[in-house]
Design a protein around this ligand. Structure first.
Ligand SMILES: Cc1cc2nc3c(=O)[nH]c(=O)nc-3n(C[C@H](O)[C@H](O)[C@H](O)COP(=O)(O)OP(=O)(O)OC[C@H]3O[C@@H](n4cnc5c(N)ncnc54)[C@H](O)[C@@H]3O)c2cc1C
Length: 1009
């Protein structure tokens, strides 16, 4: 008897023989597509540019635009001879006769898209399906589309699915099963559905909400499919949606109405490390349900996306990193599926002959008939393999996408990437002619040979323990990872933390001066803005006497603290980072209650606080030692830094931990002593930072915690002669007051006061005429309405070029109308309450102003009745000179401005007093370069949201009336807290100078007493 490997090889070779009977290149269409692919495979950089060009092309309106983009994308490649004669000729031709080459290019790309898209509409696709029927190939149809950004679009989608289903059922009513056996398991009509197309507000943290919204949309489709005898498959998308998709599938097919319906299927992606756990769980669920269901096993289409995303966020990567690992896991799951054939019908979605042959061989080993499972392959790919499988008597179904070119673009680009991927089977077989022997090798064997080890268990749980970033000089800086709320264990931890915080409502916090806890006669209450009758906590309120005591304490502690080694100070802030990490969920939950932050934003705030600590510690180690300025014989000159003295830190409530902790930690690590005054609205979180620093071991007097009114103690301390440095983040009004007051020298004052002043913005994003609107809309909505627009970086002016204006506004309004507004205790809420009653009234007043200045295009109708909820509001037709286009509103209010061209857009964007953040959505390299060069903003963001700066990566801060030009989280931030000093010594004696001068001299930092 032959071994399984022997059987696989035998079957694989048979498939290859059949494939070779009908030789066909990977690119079954010659011409433009073939040339494009060949070029791409030769040069990675060119591949990137080609795909970007293909991506933007459908949205370009005129031949002139096409030619411009062509030149912009390929100008460099053109010079560097990387481009083939074919494209160079195209560019040359385009310069001379753009009206010819534009349409030709567009036609070529459309043709290429048709290679992968089975039809533009249901009628169109029928032609393809009929043809396949004659080849004994079945179908599953998928609707391509724009990412849905609103519920209007999602509802349209649901209706289109239903139409498609009706149409397919009607057109195929006399069709029979190509194999004529076990046909009850494989309905002719098979529809593949993506859940992200049916609900625009899926939030990975909140699968329950997704299920609540998706089930009513799915039921009519499922009901009709059942009546028509059709099959519905849930496709699987990115990892963030995986748990929601699985939960939805189990929930809806456990409902009484669908419990005994067997024509339902779901996808399992073998490239996921936790796919085996999911499949086992599904099988168990299926057995308990008592009705068959189907699983399409694939490797997974989002490998690049998942690896990039997890690297960006510092998460453990959910996918395998070596191709043979995915292959081996695919085989392990194949066996699992076939072993459970009594409850689950298997479909193998692969073009890889090894993966296919393995499934065939194992099914034979178990004695499962060929007609009881199927192979599924994509339309437009691997035609010879489909034919071979049909010839061998297997059941083959083709995945046939239907839709227009523009909406289908991301699908097309994914297919192009797949075909040119270095790791892909199709490229190896059809383009590089790798031998059958190599193509049929056992992936487990490959792994064993390659690393002399074993395959990691596919059930490997995702390791979520976060480590404190390495801060030692030389090591690359690593940000604290954000919590991945797609993981159920993190959702549970957050829910528990919220419950625990609720139990602590009403806690009381004292002032801390010189290490002593001080209670005063008046207590401040801090309320939950979602439910203002809930008091999160009470804080002792300081008056001028306490402010005097705090300044004296800080002054008293300064001499010793400034002489404490910077290494000790670094270790202090690093210990604070560790404690923040340990208390992360607790603090995030507190923020949800005290300032109304949605889960992920609260978590982001704590992560940023951790980053500030670790980043500043690292920077301090880099600049702490006196360093030789120039190496000249006979003279030693060392530059180093001294702390300024007593630092007053005045922080806002909108990033209640991050900004406070950032300013405090920068001041402490540089050797200043600190009085921290958190905002009155977030005083309990401020008190937590004091607790954290005490636990970390801050000496008495070095950090003092004062809570009180800005107008009383804030103003008093700003004016005080013994305060040397003021680090302020907050409103323009208060900031300018501090700036002015600090400029006056008081009697007895030692230092010129240094003011670090971060104020507001009136941030603009420009939408170019070729922008990717799926991204532009989603990112604009997030930037404008995330955390209720209460970030200084938030978007408040969307400037749209007139060609796109109507389409942008239509989709923007619909997207805003779909936002989830409510109590942020719910995991998926995007828009919560504004901070307090004063803010609430002020923003409502601005909305009234807006009504008189522009068109109120959208305002949410329903917001919770209690709490400070402002309905998300959009004004259109806003003129740049109007108040709502010039003044900072700090709430969920967005102005949309129409402009003729990019010149005007930049002029309008730059036309306010502020320069904090700004953004641009475009796919024109030349326009992107222009905006990069000309937009007046401290932080310019291209093709992404304009909020969410990350420490170290996006040093944050603006200029003009947005701030004094400092960059929090940047390499030079600490210098604001220091005075530079140079010590020069003539070391020559009678012409004799030492031969070597050390690069650093630490001695005079720590003089012997
Ligand atoms: C009919 C059909 C339906 C599909 N439906 C879905 C779906 O709903 N959701 C979905 O996500 N995918 C789906 N896919 C899968 C996907 O689109 C790709 O076609 C498939 O992953 C390619 O795998 P292969 O076995 O054909 O080719 P192979 O060349 O053997 O495998 C390529 C795959 O290996 C994986 N891979 C590549 N590099 C690495 C690496 N360095 N480390 C680890 N793994 C790596 C990736 O998943 C890549 O796609 C479907 C595929 C088909 C044929």
């Amino acid at each position: 008897m032959r071994s399984l490997q022997g059987e696989i090889e035998q079957r694989g070779r048979r498939i290859f023989e059949l494939v070779d009977k009908h030789p066909e290149s990977l690119f079954s269409k010659a011409g433009f597509y073939q040339r494009l692919m060949t070029l791409s495979m030769r040069d990675e950089q060119l591949k990137l540019q080609l795909f970007r060009f293909v991506d933007v092309l459908p949205s370009l309106r005129t031949s002139g635009e096409i030619v411009e983009h062509l030149q912009e994308y390929f100008a460099d490649a053109h010079d560097s001879r990387k481009l083939s004669e074919f494209l160079r000729a195209g560019i040359r031709l385009a310069r001379i006769v753009p009206w010819i080459s534009g349409p030709i290019l567009r036609w070529n790309v459309s043709e290429m898209a048709h290679q992968f898209i089975a039809g533009r509409n249901p009628n169109d696709v029928m032609r393809t399906l009929r043809k396949r029927r004659t080849q004994k190939i079945g179908f599953t149809v998928d609707l391509l589309g724009e990412a849905v950004v609103s519920e209007t679009e999602a509802d349209e989608y649901a209706a289109r699915y239903l139409d498609l289903l009706e149409g397919l059922a009607h057109e195929t009513k006399n069709w029979t099963d190509p194999l004529g056996k076990n046909s009850e398991l494989f309905p002719v009509v098979n529809l593949s559905v993506k859940i992200s197309a049916l609900y625009s507000q899926i939030n990975p943290a909140d699968p329950a909400d997704a299920i609540v919204h998706l089930t009513p949309k799915l039921r009519p489709l499922l009901r009709r499919a059942r009546e028509l005898g059709a099959f519905i498959n849930f496709d699987m998308e990115s990892y963030a949606h995986k748990n929601s998709t699985l939960e939805l599938f189990k929930t809806v097919f456990t409902e009484e109405e669908f419990k005994d319906w067997s024509h339902a299927g779901i996808v399992i992606q073998a490239y996921l490390r936790d796919s085996e756990t999911d499949l086992r769980d599904l099988i168990e669920w299926g057995r308990a349900r008592g009705t068959r269901f189907a699983v399409r096993l694939v490797k997974g289409a989002y490998w690049d996306y998942e690896t990039t995303k997890s690297r960006q966020n510092g998460w453990d990567c959910p996918v395998y990193l070596q191709k043979p690992e995915s292959d081996a896991n695919f085989e392990a799951l194949t066996r699992l599926l076939l072993e459970n054939e009594s409850v689950v019908t298997a479909a193998f979605g692969s073009h890889n002959v090894r993966s296919i042959a393995h499934a065939q061989a194992f099914a034979d080993e178990l004695g499962i008939a060929r007609s009881r499972f199927e192979f599924q392959l994509l339309y437009g790919m691997a035609g010879p393999i489909k034919r071979a499988l049909v010839d061998m008597g297997y059941r083959v179904r083709e995945y046939s996408p239907v839709g227009e070119l523009l909406p289908g673009m991301s699908y097309l680009v994914r297919r192009l990437l797949e075909n040119t991927s270095n790791e892909g089977f199709l490229r190896a077989k059809f383009s590089e002619n790798v031998s059958a022997e190599d193509l049929l090798r056992d992936p487990c064997e490959i792994l064993r040979r390659s690393r002399n080890g074993v395959l990691p268990p596919s059930t490997a749980t995702i390791n979520m323990t976060t480590t404190i970033p390495k801060t030692q000089p030389g090591a690359p800086y690593e940000n604290a990872p954000l919590t991945n709320f797609a993981l159920p264990e993190n959702q549970e931890r957050m829910r528990t933390a919220l419950r625990e915080q609720r139990n602590q409502f009403g806690r009381k916090v004292p002032l801390t001066i010189n290490g002593e806890k001080i209670w005063t006669d008046t207590m401040f209450s801090s309320v939950n803005p979602s439910q203002p009758d809930q008091i999160v906590g009470y804080a002792a309120e300081a008056g001028t006497p306490e402010a005097e005591r705090a300044i004296a304490a800080a002054r008293g502690a300064f001499e010793k603290w400034r002489r404490t080694s910077f290494e000790e100070r670094c270790q202090l802030v690093e210990r604070a980072a560790e404690i923040l990490e340990r208390r992360r969920f607790e603090l995030s939950a507190l923020e949800v209650f005290e300032v109304g932050k949605p889960w992920a934003q609260a978590d982001g705030d704590i992560a940023e606080a951790i980053d500030f600590c670790t980043f500043y510690a690292r920077q301090m180690r880099l600049i702490g030692r006196p360093r030789l300025t120039q190496n000249v014989p006979g003279e030693e000159s060392y530059q180093h830094y001294w702390p300024r003295g007593v630092a007053l830190v005045i922080a806002p409530w909108n990033f209640p931990m991050a900004i406070l902790c950032g300013m405090v930690s920068a001041a402490l690590v540089t050797g200043n002593t600190v009085i921290m005054k958190p905002s009155e609205q977030s005083v309990i979180i401020g008190a937590m930072l004091m607790e954290i620093y005490e636990e970390a071991g801050v000496p008495p007097g070095v950090l003092n915690f004062l809570n009180g009114k800005g107008s009383v103690i804030g103003a008093h301390m700003v004016d005080h002669k013994d305060v040397d440095l003021i680090a302020f983040t907050g409103s323009r009004e208060v900031g300018l007051g501090i700036w002015e007051s600090a400029g006056k020298t008081r009697e007895g004052q030692r230092e010129l006061k240094r003011v670090i002043c971060e104020m507001g913005g009136k941030n603009a994003m420009i939408v170019d005429s070729d922008a990717d609107l799926d991204e532009a809309i989603v990112d604009s909505i997030y930037s404008a309405f995330g955390f209720q627009g209460q970030k200084c970086s938030a978007l408040s002016r969307l400037i749209v070029l007139e060609e796109n204006y109507d389409r942008v506004v239509e989709r923007l309004l619909a997207a805003a109308a779909s936002l989830r507004v409510g109590n942020p205790e719910e995991p998926g809420i995007v828009v919560g309450p504004v901070i307090d009653e004063a803010a609430y009234r002020r923003i409502l007043e601005y909305i009234e102003v807006g009504k008189s200045e522009a068109t109120l295009a959208y305002q949410a109708k329903e917001v919770p009745p209690h709490g400070y909820f402002i309905p998300p509001t959009i004004f259109t037709g806003v003129s740049p000179s109007k108040r709502i286009a010039c003044e900072e509103i700090f709430g969920p209010v967005l102005s949309v401005l129409k402009v003729r061209n990019l010149d005007e857009a930049i002029e309008v964007a730059n036309g306010t007093d502020y320069a904090l953040t700004g953004g641009f959505f475009s796919r024109s390299p030349a326009n992107i370069e222009r905006v990069k060069a000309q937009l007046e903003a401290g932080n310019v963001y291209i093709n992404r949201p304009c909020t969410g700066a990350i420490v170290g990566r996006h040093p944050f801060g603006g200029f003009k009336m947005s701030g004094s030009g400092t960059k929090a989280g940047g390499e030079d931030y600490l210098l604001n807290f220091l005075v530079p000093r140079v010590v020069t010594e003539n070391v020559t004696r009678h012409g004799l100078a030492p031969e070597k001068t050390p690069e650093y001299r630490d001695e005079f930092l720590w003089p012997k007493a």
